[in-house]
Write a protein that binds this ligand. Structure first.
Ligand code: TYD
Ligand code: MG
Length: 459
């Protein structure tokens, strides 16, 4: 085995120590010392990634940017349209993608399904969590076509690289990064220094061989990716797999992407036989109902490049015990409080004595400010107990003065609403500038103030 030297570093201030210490003498933080490799035996450059991550540096010289040439890389287009979308148009060769998510959400299922569907490509699926039999059983459930997919149950990076030499896969999947360990580090699998070292070795392999690598990562109780934040910095793309385990819908969200836009969204449904792509999510996000209930409105939002019509539900009822409750699911609670204050101050609605419960249907979390008007309309509809026609939808931001503000890409939103059969959409009048609204057959109501929207809705 190669000779190496390790040392301990404070993750907060970078101070170095030969042994582990609880409290950093430099910055005073507790429990921040982590073991790291500082020196490794020389290795030949061609086999550098097999034995370590920080060797064989070639001195680079600066070049004028005009002289730098690049070729548009040929991406691997998978059969899974949702995955292609979140990756920004297919898998980039040599890229490293991290997929995070809570236990049991379906990360292994998703990756195995992708591994099995990559026909004509040799895929190596390395699992440190499950046995070959378990993986085979899952593959049978998925009823996928057989492909060139190899399974390796192994946790040591040394042997993984040895097997990669033999199999020469075109795509590598690691389930999960927290189970791997490198013999260069003494710390146990899943520790900060192990996770970092294993990722560094895999990253070097990905970049030097041009093989895309998918890492599955665990999530901590707080909802962050377990392991150091540096893991997210090292990889090219970070995908979050989320959703309520008790509901069947799963959302694959891009939170970082060096090869495409972030906040792209893929939606799946967990079935008995694996994950099914949901290509028209608006249909599932809007509950099927025949009568219009009070407290329900539809917002036309955008997630990444994708227009989504989302149902906002609210319940406003007189507070019985002391301080009124404000509960929000899937929508920022601070923003809800702000909108309630605007309704109270600018609209004169006495909401201060009411409990307000807000819910975004389908378990989605939405940050698009264009949902503001739908939220206000839904709250007022419940407060006044007057329903909004289920063929109307909303796309506008609400300002502190009670003004209805313009939103980006209003045309995409209107197009989606029209496509789904809505007859009326409420937008800001400031959105009319520079947009040709005459091409739409949907009724477009453009207003500048909240009162105008409400008097048009509720009379
Ligand atoms: P899994 O992929 O093991 O989750 P993770 O790797 O994120 O921990 O998914 C496990 C859940 O998915 C499990 O509760 C069973 C369910 N499941 C289905 O509903 N249908 C299926 O076809 C498969 C394979 C799993
Ligand atoms: Mg798993």
């Amino acid at each position: 085995m190669a000779k190496i030297k390790t040392s301990y570093f404070c993750q907060n201030c970078g101070a170095q120590s030969a042994k582990w210490i609880g409290k950093c003498p430099a910055c005073g933080e507790w429990n921040t010392y982590v073991e790291e490799v500082v020196q490794r035996e020389e290795v030949t450059p061609t086999t550098a990634w097999k034995v370590g991550s920080s060797t064989a540096q070639v001195a680079n010289k600066p070049k004028p940017i005009a002289d730098i040439r690049y070729q548009e890389q040929q991406r691997i287009i998978t059969q899974d349209q949702e995955l292609n979308r979140v990756l920004g148009g297919g898998i980039v060769p040599g890229s490293m993608v991290l997929i995070g998510g809570e236990p049991g959400i379906g990360k292994s299922t998703l990756m195995l399904q992708i591994a099995l569907s990559l026909r004509g490509l040799k895929v190596l699926y390395v699992s440190g969590e499950e046995s070959e039999q378990q993986i085979k059983m899952r593959a049978e459930r998925l009823m996928a076509q057989t492909s060139d997919c190899f399974i390796l149950t192994e946790t040591g990076t040394q042997n993984i690289f040895k097997q990669i030499e033999l199999v020469r896969p075109q795509v590598l999947i690691i389930d999960s990064i927290q189970t791997l360990h490198s013999s260069f580090i003494e710390a146990g699998a899943g520790s900060v220094s192990q996770v970092r070292e294993c990722t560094a070795e895999l990253l070097k392999f990905a970049k030097e061989s041009g093989t895309p690598v998918f890492l599955i990562g665990h999530i901590t109780k707080e909802g962050n990716l377990a392991g150091p934040k540096i893991l997210e910095h090292m990889v090219d793309t970070v995908l979050q797999f989320e959703g309520d385990r008790h509901m069947t819908y799963r959302i694959l969200r891009t939170t970082k992407n060096r090869f495409g836009s972030t906040s792209e969204l893929g939606i799946y449904e967990m079935m008995g036989s694996g994950l099914r792509e949901v290509s028209n999510p608006s249909e599932i996000l809007i509950s099927q109902r025949e009568d219009a209930f009070s407290g329900i409105s539809i917002g036309a939002t955008l997630e990444g490049n994708r227009p989504l019509l989302i149902e906002v539900q609210s319940l406003v009822s007189p507070a019985t015990y002391g301080t009124p409750q404000r509960t929000s699911t899937g929508f920022d609670a601070k923003r809800l409080n702000m909108l309630l204050a605007v309704l109270e101050k600018r609209g004169g609605y006495r909401l201060g004595t009411q409990d307000v419960f807000l819910n975004i249907a389908g378990g989605l979390k939405v940050e698009d400010p264009a949902l503001d008007l739908a939220v206000c309309a839904s709250i007022l509809s419940s407060f006044e107990d007057m329903s909004i026609p289920n063929t109307s939808c909303f796309a506008a931001e609400v300002g502190l003065g009670g003004e209805v503000r313009a939103v980006n890409r209003v045309e995409n939103r209107i197009t989606e609403a029209e496509k789904l059969g809505f007859t009326d959409i409420y937008i800001s009048k400031y959105n009319k500038k520079g947009v040709d609204l005459s091409k739409f057959s949907i009724n477009i109501h453009a207003y500048g103030r909240l009162e105008e929207v409400f008097s048009s809705l509720f009379g």
